[in-house]
Design a protein around this ligand. Structure first.
Ligand SMILES: Cc1ncc(COP(=O)(O)O)c(C=O)c1O
Length: 360
């Protein structure tokens, strides 16, 4: 499977009721869909008889206010995935640089425009952290685009803004665009050391991708946005984006953004407590190495030579637990898997089952 969270495929292929699955393969906020959004959707059901506002003005105004960014620099997407694909299509890079391992859709979008891809490898020995000097050295005048994922999926590693600024200097010199996918950034309370959203206006070569998907637990809604201060790039993106690319419910999400303070606070509280409790428990299980998470997912390496991720995945699936096999990420092999951080009770179930399956 190329992605986490495909409970429909599991139901189809493995004859397991999707509602009985404990899905650790998708990294979604366990607090679930915010109550205000459920209410809005119920109350606006009849509105689907009309087209949504083609300019999505209310949503853009809310994003502008919530993140303190300029409305004219925001473009919306049917999930962050659409932002990624549209941005890459608009830039049409001949040559691009990707990290490995990273989220697989960048390569797919780059292949769709026949871009040559050069990979900069993140090393296990460095806990998969990026060697920024190496990346900067790799860029030359033939590089049209660099794609970063911050925090990086599946490694969870973060890149600091002070390093990104150095990279942007090189990008400016070589006329190279930098697209940073911050799909998981909302999970970081103190994001000023990592997110470029606070200073994007200084960098015409920078494009930021954001998603509401993970933090607000709405993967089925399909809602993300891009931020860029470069008029030329924005024009190209608008040219290729179909009209009404968001549905009516998604167009009302701005109300959620501006009213769900409590949800945000509770999410931070849950993640702060559960992340350290869960990691401590995982580290006690023999035969695997847990990489330190920055947000709501964890990369793990199986250390037992006799066990592959297929075996672990099948054994856990028999117990109704789905993990993300990471062997199809470039730069990882059959010893890696990724799990989400969920609520305490679910995490305890996973811990108990991992202990059994790992033989301890
Ligand atoms: C890093 C990253 N970016 C983007 C996406 C796609 O997000 P969306 O569901 O909003 O399209 C994902 C989904 O897994 C992801 O992990």
């Amino acid at each position: 499977m190329t992605h986490g969270g495909n409970i429909f495929e599991i139901q189809r292929n493995c004859n397991i009721d999707k509602n009985q699955l404990l899905d650790y393969s998708a990294n979604i906020n366990p607090l679930g869909v915010p109550q205000t959004f459920k209410k809005i959707m119920k109350e606006s059901l009849e509105d689907i008889e009309h087209y949504p506002d083609i300019h999505y003005d209310a949503l853009k105004t809310a994003i502008e206010k919530y993140y303190t960014i300029d409305k004219s620099h925001i473009y919306l997407g049917n999930g962050a995935a659409e932002i990624i694909f549209n941005t890459i299509r608009a830039i049409a890079p001949k040559k691009s640089i990707l990290l490995a391992p990273t989220f697989s859709e960048y390569a797919k979008a780059l292949n769709a425009v026949d871009s040559v891809i050069e990979e900069v490898h993140l090393k296990k020995e460095d806990e998969f952290s990026l060697d920024m000097e190496e990346l900067i050295e790799t860029i030359d005048t033939s590089t049209d685009l660099v794609v970063l994922c911050n925090p990086n999926n599946p490694t969870g590693t973060l890149i600091e803004t002070k390093d990104i600024v150095k990279l942007l200097k090189k990008c400016h010199e070589k006329n190279t665009y930098l697209m940073i996918d911050e799909a998981f950034m909302d999970f970081i309370e103190e994001d000023k050391f990592y997110s470029m959203l606070h200073s994007y206006k200084l960098y015409p070569h920078l494009i930021i991708v954001r998603a509401f998907t993970k933090f607000y637990s709405i993967p089925g809604m399909r809602l993300g946005f891009g931020v860029c201060c470069n008029e030329g790039i924005l024009k190209k993106i608008y040219k290729i984006t179909p009209p009404w690319n968001l549905n009516t419910f998604a167009s009302y999400f701005g109300k959620v953004l501006l009213t769900e303070e409590q949800y945000v606070k509770e999410t931070y509280q849950w993640l702060k407590e559960e992340k350290s409790r869960f990691v401590t428990a995982l580290e006690k299980i023999e035969g695997m190495k847990t990489f330190a998470p920055s947000v709501n997912f964890i990369l793990i390496k199986i250390l037992k030579p006799s066990m592959t991720v297929d075996e672990l995945r099948d054994k856990l699936l028999k117990k109704g637990i789905l993990i993300r096999d990471c062997s199809n990420f470039n730069g990882l092999d059959k010893s890696y898997f990724r799990i989400a951080i969920k609520d305490e009770a679910s995490n305890d179930i996973l811990i108990e089952n991992l202990k059994i399956v790992m033989g301890k």
